[in-house]
Design a protein around this ligand. Structure first.
Ligand SMILES: [Zn+2]
Ligand SMILES: [Zn+2]
Length: 272
């Protein structure tokens, strides 16, 4: 019987991205404000998920104090330090969440006989995190965006009465609004020059152009041709956002998540 458990840990560090062979201009173009010479800092959050068989007499996969200690010793050389590619644990890579996730994974790997890392997630802030799952050099990068939009749930194939029954107050004729969260996950090998799966400046540009700028402060039913004949549920919104991003992001795109409210989350990862 395999059981998974997740432990959180935190550390704070300053960092800066740069490439020593690029001009200052090129560094700024690729890394944006992350290339500024004196750096900036984050309060990082680490979520380490491990898996293993239950040790029957004690009912544990691993004593959580051992996992806590392993994470502490992995993070101690980062906590309160300045991270750039010259830091000894960064192996000449920029200290991106991609680089940090792989480092924390390597610190947990091979440590125990019956307990193994399953997923390491590093949050730089609530809008940017990476996951590493031990798939050679493949890393997952997720970026969270927000937009506000109105919608009305209404299906043209149902009668007005049936629409009221199925969608309740979400069918009110003039609609209502949400502050949507849009979570876009891409994956791939981190580029050794940048330490990133995809340049954030590029990802942000694509997501803003294709989705956020088109939907923010709009009425989805009336302003978006995609919803002319399609009920703008969050399920459909996830599928539409996927189809708008897929031509630009290609095989890098892993999934699109729509957070309609704190309580409702929807996700689409393409047709298997
Ligand atoms: Zn940063
Ligand atoms: Zn709604």
């Amino acid at each position: 019987m395999i059981v998974y458990l997740t432990r959180q840990a935190r550390f704070s560090a300053g960092h800066r991205y740069f490439h020593p062979e690029w001009t200052e201009e090129e560094n700024l173009r690729r890394f944006g404000s992350c290339a500024r010479p004196h750096g900036h800092g984050h309060d990082y959050l680490v979520e380490a998920t491990v898996r293993g068989p239950l040790d029957a007499p004690v009912g544990m996969v691993i004593n959580i104090t051992e996992l806590k200690a392993a994470l502490q010793s992995a993070l101690e050389p980062l906590d309160g330090h300045f991270l750039d590619r010259r830091h000894p644990l960064m192996n000449d890579r920029n200290p991106t969440t991609e680089t940090l996730a792989r480092y924390v994974w390597s610190a947990l790997e091979g440590r125990w006989e019956t307990c193994f890392p399953h997923n390491v997630r590093i949050y730089e802030n609530p809008t940017l995190w990476s996951d590493y799952r031990g798939e050679e050099s493949v890393v997952y990068l997720t970026r969270r965006y927000e937009f506000s939009a109105a919608h009305r749930l209404h299906s043209p194939v149902l009668s007005d009465e049936e629409n009221r029954e199925v969608f309740g107050k979400c069918n009110h004729p003039n609609g209502h609004g949400h502050n949507y969260g849009l979570e876009v996950t891409v994956s791939g090998e981190a580029d050794p020059d940048t330490g990133m799966v995809m340049d954030l400046t590029r990802l942000d540009e694509v997501v803003h152009r294709q989705v956020v700028d088109r939907m923010d402060h709009r009425h989805l039913n009336y302003d978006l041709p995609e919803f002319e004949a399609l009920n703008p549920t969050s399920e459909n919104l996830a599928v539409v956002a996927w189809s708008l991003l897929k031509p630009e992001l290609g095989d890098s795109l892993v999934k699109v998540g729509i957070r309609e409210t704190d309580r409702n989350y929807f996700e689409f990862g393409g047709e298997e």
